[in-house]
Design a protein around this ligand. Structure first.
Ligand SMILES: [Zn+2]
Length: 651
């Protein structure tokens, strides 16, 4: 049912992969020779090959990102070009394209989902140059191979730089840093040191009273991996070249071909509208921050390395909200059980803890059951480690699908977070923001695991338009602020006492603190990403675009030395190129859908069932807009996002 996690001997992976790819290609050749191809006899066996490949690669990818070492790096960088080569070869194979076209035209047995799969696949062939001349095809293959390499190098450089930085400090330099955060500043030799791991970086910038040291750490953070500047130029140049070979204006057009937003212009207009509506309130939020800092003895201009510090203090004073006081109520295991209890009540599914091999002893594994029947498996890796990439992410491991012989394969997924490690005396205590992150990733996970789609390419998170992938994750995030949901798990881990209604109300009041400023920040990233993928690639040009956008979005002047772009691995080292706006795009859908639940008092079985049926279990089997309208009975409304964020557009 589920393949047990096993990476095996990493040094053998490249050779094993070569064999697997050769076997896959031999099977494809055989399938191509077969007469009377049908969906069942041709498309499904090809999906099976894709699934086999994904299951081989996923454990290596997990290790590379969650247990990074020289061995994983060697194995991973050796397999990437093999994969890219294979994928490009298949994507450009006109015989495969012709077979899909013929099945689409002639197989009278296909249903709507299978029809969509074929149409999506045909578009994908076009986007990989299957219709171009041989010379252009070869060039696209070269570009894909090179991009796979340097995208990975971009992320790897950033990870190395993050790991490498250490600065010895005195204990007194930690003045202001919350006691519960201090353990992460203790080096292996017992001495205190600054580092750039996400949790400690944020804790220091929020708390430390030593301003000079805050600036030093900030500077170290925003100047990481300077060698990425050259890689970034090359990534942009190659992506642009690929788009032009396909007859498009630029890479943003290429990216938008497979998204819900109709065009690059529409995506830009969408982001610019959010910026425009957020600016008046953002200015008010900044004035409030400046006034507060001044009242509290700060002299001079607020700088980028001051904002987190003063914002934290302002938040405390304004809402009498102290994140620290909440941590004992959010012990990691308690939060996880609460999340499961919530999902169980809403969706009538259960999470059953199970024992199976994983990549780290701290990883937890659960099987999902509905009416006593197992339908999915979830791996959860909660804690930060030096060998782990920053941030939080979810990905598919297995995908639900029906094989050519009609037997069923189940879905599995994994979640990685970077929460504080439990220590000998204290369990892992989460900030509320961490709770939100966990809900977010769990939203992705159930999107994948709840699939009822039989065709692999459109099942779970597969085949979902990229700009709506964040819809279920952001939808679930909102429930981490619901009193009825928090009541399930917000409990002091030492005394067992529940968080009071007043405590929970404060959390909700503080939710939209500086929401317009953070809206501007996200929109800055989104706009930069969309514009930089319109034919720009020289480092100076890239910087120029960023500076120009910041004139509007960055209300506090960013220091000249800030090279944020060299660390923007989301778009340069990952799949979000010309797609970062997706977070906001999907947030409109999620805010809208969430408000429907909030109006019904959260635990509404009818609504929950409709959400599962129309959205969660439907995956990419229909267009995202169709899923959304099936649930809401109408199209999305952008004001839902501004309302939920508490942003009032008026000046
Ligand atoms: Zn996400």
């Amino acid at each position: 049912m589920f393949e047990p996690f096993c990476a095996g001997d990493l040094s053998k992976k490249p050779d094993e992969l070569k064999k697997l790819l050769a076997d896959n290609e031999a099977t494809i050749e055989r399938l191509l020779l077969s007469e009377n191809k049908t969906f069942q006899s041709f498309a499904r066996p090809i999906s099976e090959l894709d699934e086999k490949l994904a299951r081989f690669v996923t454990p290596i990818s997990i290790l590379q990102h969650a247990e990074n070492s020289e061995e994983t790096q060697t194995a991973y960088s050796a397999i990437l070009p093999l994969l890219s080569d294979y994928e490009t070869r298949l994507a450009q194979d006109t015989r495969l394209l012709a077979a899909y076209q013929k099945i689409l035209a002639e197989d009278r047995t296909i249903d709507n989902v299978q029809k969509k799969l074929l149409e999506d696949a045909i578009l994908q062939f076009e986007l990989e140059g299957a219709l171009l001349d041989e010379k252009s095809k070869t060039r696209i293959a070269e570009i894909n191979a090179r991009l796979a390499d340097i995208d990975n190098a971009f992320s790897q450089n950033l990870l190395e730089a993050t790991k490498a930085y250490e600065k010895e400090i005195d204990e007194s330099d930690l003045d202001g840093v919350e006691p519960s955060d201090r353990a992460s500043f203790k080096g292996e030799n017992g001495k205190w040191r600054l580092n750039l791991l996400p949790h400690s970086y944020a804790a220091f910038m929020r708390g430390a009273t030593n301003r000079a040291l805050r600036e030093e750490l900030y500077r170290a953070y925003v100047t990481r991996s300077p060698q990425n500047e050259a890689i970034l130029e090359e990534i942009l140049r190659l992506k642009d070249e690929k788009a032009r070979l396909l007859g498009m204006r630029h890479y943003a057009d290429y990216s938008l071909k497979t998204k819900m937003a109709p065009s690059a212009e529409a995506a830009i207009a969408f982001v610019e509208e959010l910026i425009e509506k957020s600016i008046p309130q953002a200015l008010r939020e900044l004035e409030e921050l400046k006034a507060f800092a001044k009242q509290n003895g700060f002299k001079g201009e607020l700088q980028s390395y001051d904002t987190a510090f003063w914002s934290k203090k302002l938040e405390k004073s304004k809402f009498d909200f102290d994140e620290e006081l909440y941590k004992p109520y959010f012990e990691a295991n308690g939060v996880l059980s609460g999340l499961f209890e919530f999902l169980t009540r809403l969706f009538n599914v259960s999470f059953v803890k199970t024992q199976t091999p994983t990549w780290n002893d701290s990883v937890l594994v659960y099987d999902l059951e509905e009416r006593g029947e197992t339908f999915g498996r979830l791996y959860i890796d909660l804690y930060e480690r030096k060998s782990k990439q920053g941030g939080a992410w979810m990905d598919a491991y297995q995908t639900r699908m029906r094989r050519a012989d009609n037997s069923l394969e189940l879905a599995s997924a994994y979640i990685c977070c970077n929460f504080a490690q439990p220590s000998e005396h204290t369990p892992s205590l989460l900030r509320h923001q961490d709770v939100v992150t966990l809900f977010h990733e769990a939203g992705h996970a159930i999107h994948h695991l709840f699939s009822r789609v039989d065709e692999r390419d459109l099942s779970g998170i597969g085949g979902v338009e990229w700009d709506t992938v964040e819809f279920p994750s952001q939808w679930l995030e909102n429930f981490a602020y619901e009193p009825k949901v928090l009541a399930l798990f917000a409990r002091n881990y030492q005394t067992g006492e529940k968080a009071s209604a007043a405590m929970i109300q404060k959390l909700i009041d503080a939710k939209n603190f500086q929401s317009a400023l953070s809206m501007l920040r996200q929109c800055e990233f989104a706009l930069f990403d969309l514009k930089v993928h319109q034919g720009a690639y020289g480092a100076a040009e890239v910087q120029g675009i960023l500076d120009e956008i910041r004139k509007t979005t960055s209300l506090i002047k960013t220091p000249k030395y800030n090279k944020f772009q060299n660390g923007f691995s989301h778009i340069f080292g990952g799949g979000y190129s010309a797609g970062y706006y997706s977070y906001k795009w999907a947030e409109v859908l999620s805010a809208d859908a969430y408000l429907a639940f909030a109006q019904k008092g959260v635990f509404d079985r009818v609504l929950a069932e409709r959400f599962v049926g129309s959205v969660l279990s439907a995956g990419g089997s229909r267009k995202a807009m169709d899923n959304f309208t099936a649930f809401m009975g109408r199209g999305p409304n952008a004001d839902a996002l501004l309302n939920l964020s508490g942003i009032k557009g008026e000046r």
